[in-house]
Ligand binder design. Structure first.
Ligand SMILES: Cc1ncc(COP(=O)(O)O)c(C=O)c1O
Length: 370
């Protein structure tokens, strides 16, 4: 397994575990825009590196203005961070909940951040037959018993969304019981109707809601680190007080401003992901695997009638230079699940070739040992 540090996309661990492939990894274990960063980013970085002799703007003023103008938000409701990961950590430290709730399965950093602060956790289990969506009555009941609830919107590793009516009901309960809802929209920009679905606007006015956004996945800059929180101005001040100064470096700030202006790139990404998601899901089903319905750029896949554990499939695919994400490090998922990114057609074909050959080797190997 390459997830010993808790996440996919860990190529160093993959090198240690499987040996570095000559052509580099074809990485399906992290969910990054397959188009790569917007092309103009490279020339921008070539110019901007000269500014590294100065401190970055500690208030990220131009980036905040660009985010505010793109999404129609007040600037006082925006706090950029060193990836959405920093914002998750800040929220927990700033609001110090006594008890918090999490859906099972979900992104592991919520649990990590809560654990570091010694917060008691309530887990809301979900079932594969419900596509891992929580029961709304249970969700509302738990929301009344906790101070904070994390929600993936969409949820990682499943790629699903709670219906709007369910979220509206949840917000009502949260407002009545003074519970803070932290909605993580790290992948929402992959949806064509993200503007209708996003809760950023509501978060900018509500003391009961914080929305977190990542810019590393959609704009393919995970190595640069960039995300932001949207919240009521008083909540933003609470978060800012705990943030390390200059945590968003100069290159990330400039890259963020440029990225937000890339309308054609955004459109191209959304179309590509939609087409390839449908195609890949069909291809996986043809092979007897069970991908769950997803609205984003990754798929959670059950092994179907196969009996291998996902770490075995990962090891076999790694010998062909392809990385997938084993899912048993997600609380609530077992060894029969893996997660894979959605990339462009050529890469997806290469992925399927590696998958076919891995499946064949596992099956013949198993027959051989039987
Ligand atoms: C659901 C979710 N939220 C937040 C993050 C953190 O993103 P960032 O790279 O912006 O820190 C991730 C990263 O995998 C994620 O999957």
């Amino acid at each position: 397994m390459i997830e010993k540090h808790g996440h996919g996309g860990d190529r160093m661990t993959a090198n240690e575990r499987f040996g570095a492939p000559a052509k580099g990894w074809l990485d399906y274990s992290a969910n990054i825009n397959p188009l790569g960063p917007p092309k103009s980013l490279y020339s921008l970085l070539r110019q901007e590196w000269k500014q590294l002799q100065h401190y970055p703007d500690p208030r990220c003023r131009e980036l905040v203005a660009a985010i505010a103008s793109k999404y129609g938000l007040p600037e006082v409701s925006i706090l950029p961070g060193n990836g959405a990961a920093e914002c998750i950590d800040l929220v927990v430290r700033a609001f110090q909940p006594r008890r918090a709730a999490l859906i099972e399965p979900t992104f592991s950093e919520y649990q990590e951040a809560l654990h570091k602060s010694g917060v008691e956790m309530i887990f809301i289990p979900t079932r594969p037959e419900d596509h891992f969506l929580p029961n709304i009555e249970e969700l509302k009941s738990v929301a009344q018993q906790v101070d904070l609830i994390f929600l993936g919107h969409p949820n990682n590793p499943v790629g699903n969304l709670l219906p709007v009516e369910a979220l509206q009901q949840l917000m009502k309960v949260a407002e009545a019981s003074d519970t803070l809802v932290v909605m993580d929209e790290a992948f929402l920009d992959f949806l064509p109707n993200e503007r209708q679905l996003s809760w950023m606007n509501r978060a900018s006015k509500s003391q009961q809601l914080i929305v977190l956004r990542s810019m590393t996945k959609f704009y393919a800059i995970p190595g640069l680190r960039l995300g932001f929180a949207v919240a009521h101005p008083e909540s933003i001040e609470k978060l800012r007080r705990l943030q390390v100064p200059w945590s968003v470096n100069h290159l990330a700030q400039r890259a963020g401003i440029l990225a937000l202006s890339q309308d054609a790139y955004e459109e191209e990404t959304r179309i590509l992901i939609q087409v390839e998601r449908e195609w890949l899901s069909e291809q996986l089903e043809h092979r007897g695997l069970k991908p769950f319905p997803s609205v984003v750029n990754f798929l959670l896949v059950h092994r179907g009638n196969y009996s291998w554990e996902s770490s075995k499939l990962q090891a076999r695919m790694a010998t062909q230079g392809v990385l997938i994400r084993c899912c048993d490090t997600f609380r609530g998922l077992e060894k029969e699940y893996f997660r894979m990114a959605i990339r462009g057609r050529k890469e997806n074909e290469r992925f399927l070739e590696a998958l076919d050959s891995a499946l064949e080797r596992i099956i013949t190997g198993e027959a051989h040992h039987a």
